[in-house]
Design a protein around this ligand. Structure first.
Ligand code: SF4
Length: 323
């Protein structure tokens, strides 16, 4: 199955003339089942979509919306919601589910934090989501760049709430603490899958390190909302998903997102199966029963989908719980 919405060829991007996933070039194709009717994606055509695209190009920014081939890009960009991807467009890891380009990264763009802030203000975003590639090559894993971006957005758009979706900062002592202390409103780090599948799906990461990161955010700043996401359809069982929910609750994570994995290219991990909308609904019900403040679970749920509206609901849920 090709990338669901692959719009990257429409603009110049550093590194696009090289193979996007050199480490996967020689791998055999992985066949996936046919897409069911409930995975529907409309081609993006609206004026808002084109305006968002132009701004992103003008400022030489990356978005995970494009780089990951997100199926929701038409909807999100038409409403001028985009998730900025900092630290460049090339990732030092090579996860088997992810469409972000991999390889040796380019030097950091020192203007990127200010450009993200400028775009946030220009787009009038009430809530901005900032994620990044993994930068294992940097001493601090890119923590300082996250901090600079958070500060720049606070200066340029003081009313805008900030959600960050970070890498795991594995083997980068002190990096996570720097970012936590910059006080984003939401600290998101995705577990992505169940621990049994880490070696094949997220080989460069460690399940317990990711859990520990989420736990450390709450320990250090209990007011910060924490959030994590899972993909299903990679071969996990329902019991394994429920166990991950329990692990996240032990780490006091507030918000859980669960969406269907979609194979970006034939060289990526195969889709084991499509979970039905009813199964997603059942997962949502169970997750609420386990104590999450907010849950979003549906085939096209992505970490940053409707993040602004969800943040307002998250705050309301906390207030209701405190009352
Ligand atoms: S769901 Fe997130 S990544 Fe996908 S298009 Fe919307 S903002 Fe971008």
């Amino acid at each position: 199955m090709p990338t669901l919405i692959d719009l990257r060829s429409e603009g110049e991007k550093p590194g696009e003339s090289r193979p996007r996933h050199p480490e996967k070039e020689r791998r055999p194709d992985n066949a996936s089942p046919r897409k069911p009717d409930w995975i529907r994606v409309r081609a993006p055509t609206s004026l808002g979509y084109h305006e968002t695209k132009e701004l992103v190009r003008d400022l030489k920014l990356h978005t995970v919306c494009e780089e990951a081939g997100c199926p929701n890009i038409g909807e999100c960009w038409s409403h001028k919601h985009a998730t900025f991807m900092i630290l460049g467009g090339i990732c030092t890891r090579a996860c088997s589910f992810c469409n972000v380009a991999t390889g040796k990264p380019l030097p950091l763009d020192e203007a990127e934090p200010e450009n993200v802030a400028f775009a946030t203000a220009r787009m009038g975003l009430k809530h901005v989501v900032v994620t990044s590639v993994d930068r294992d090559d940097l001493e601090d894993g890119g923590a300082d760049h996250f901090v600079r971006t958070i500060r720049a957005v606070r200066n340029a758009a003081p009313e805008t709430t900030i959600e960050i979706l970070t890498p795991d900062f594995l083997r980068k002592p002190g990096a996570a603490e720097l970012v936590i202390d910059a006080a984003p409103d939401v600290f998101n780090h995705n577990l992505e899958t169940v621990p049994r599948l880490y070696h094949s799906i997220r080989p460069g990461a460690r399940y317990y390190q990711s859990l520990r990161l989420l736990d450390s955010v709450k320990q250090r700043d209990p007011n910060q909302f924490t959030k994590s996401g899972l993909m299903v359809g990679l071969g996990e069982t329902k019991d394994e998903v429920l166990q991950v929910m329990d692990d996240l609750r032990v780490a006091n994570v507030d918000f859980l997102t669960i969406g269907q994995y979609l194979q970006p290219t034939k060289k990526h991990a195969a889709i084991d199966r499509f979970w039905t909308p009813e199964e997603f609904k059942a997962l949502e019900t169970i997750a609420y029963a386990k104590g999450f403040l907010m849950v979003s679970a549906s085939p096209l749920t992505r970490s940053s989908h409707h993040a602004g509206e969800d943040f307002a609901r998250l705050k309301a849920a906390r207030l209701a719980q405190q009352a």
